[in-house]
Design a protein around this ligand. Structure first.
Ligand SMILES: Nc1ncnc2c1ncn2[C@@H]1O[C@H](COP(=O)(O)OP(=O)(O)OP(=O)(O)O)[C@@H](O)[C@H]1O
Ligand SMILES: [Mg+2]
Length: 231
């Protein structure tokens, strides 16, 4: 069974009288340890799709099965537990917690996972902050660092629980090319070391190039698929 199975999924947003079809009977499967990019014009459904895979939302029709779990069957508590144990998110707007330092923001998702000892926790946070080049800024608050730095902290935070799946919505949008490639190379390292599956949306052609499977969305459907052979 594939890690992620999306079967004839439609998502319709209803706002008053107006309904918008964000995903239109879309099907796709994603295997463990894949490095997948969804591209396509603004409004084509990329964020909607990532939100469904991350169980932040439910499909109007069709099935989203992630790691053997049909996400539509989860209640709120179960969804939260599923996300905490299986998914790491990098959001378009970073979602930093303003009253917590850089270090504490990265630590935050670990606090829910009780089985991770304090030493191990500290090691992981230090290693990841070092990898994203933010260790020397660990005691700063989000309002004291730049957008690109917040994005790097967001990546460290998404990876700190060692999740099976990392969902990243425009993970490099606010980064210069050097930092963007650093972020992508951290992701490739995690993919190789832990078999982490990376799924991201992007407009950045250089970053698209780093993906192994590229799906193009248009009007909520996949209109093109490119699979690169690994060398
Ligand atoms: N919460 C919402 N309520 C109503 N309509 C929505 C909502 N979220 C998205 N949409 C609509 O659904 C469609 C798909 O939006 P989505 O955010 O998935 O696109 P996207 O590909 O991520 O775009 P972008 O590249 O601009 O981030 C758009 O027409 C959008 O206006
Ligand atoms: Mg989007």
């Amino acid at each position: 069974m594939s890690l992620i199975q999306i079967e004839n999924v439609s998502k319709v947003y209803q706002t008053g009288e107006v309904s918008v079809t964000a995903l239109n009977s879309l099907s796709v499967t994603i295997e463990q340890s894949a490095f997948v990019s969804f591209i396509g014009p603004s409004g084509s459904g990329k964020s909607t799709l990532l939100n469904l895979i991350g169980s932040l939302d439910k499909p109007t029709e069709g099935k989203v099965i992630v790691n053997g779990v049909e996400i539509a069957t989860l209640n709120r508590t179960q969804s939260a537990a599923f996300r905490g144990s299986t998914i790491g998110f990098v959001f378009q707007n970073f979602n930093m917690i303003p009253v917590l330092t850089v270090y504490e923001n990265v630590e935050y998702p670990l606090l829910m996972l009780r089985h991770i000892a304090i030493n191990e926790r500290r090691d992981r946070i230090f290693t990841l902050l070092d990898k994203v080049g933010m260790l020397d800024q660990k005691n700063k608050y989000p309002n004291q660092i730049s957008g690109g730095q917040k994005q790097r902290v967001a990546v460290a935070r998404a990876l700190v629980t060692n999740p099976k799946i990392v969902l990243a919505d425009e993970p490099t949008a606010n980064l210069d090319h050097k930092t963007a490639f650093k972020v992508i190379s951290i992701m490739h390292e995690m993919q190789k070391e832990f078999g982490t599956t990376f799924i991201f949306s992007t407009h950045d052609p250089k970053i698209v190039d780093e993906a192994e499977i590229i799906y193009t969305l248009e009007d909520g459907a996949i209109v093109n698929q490119e699979i690169k052979t690994k060398n």
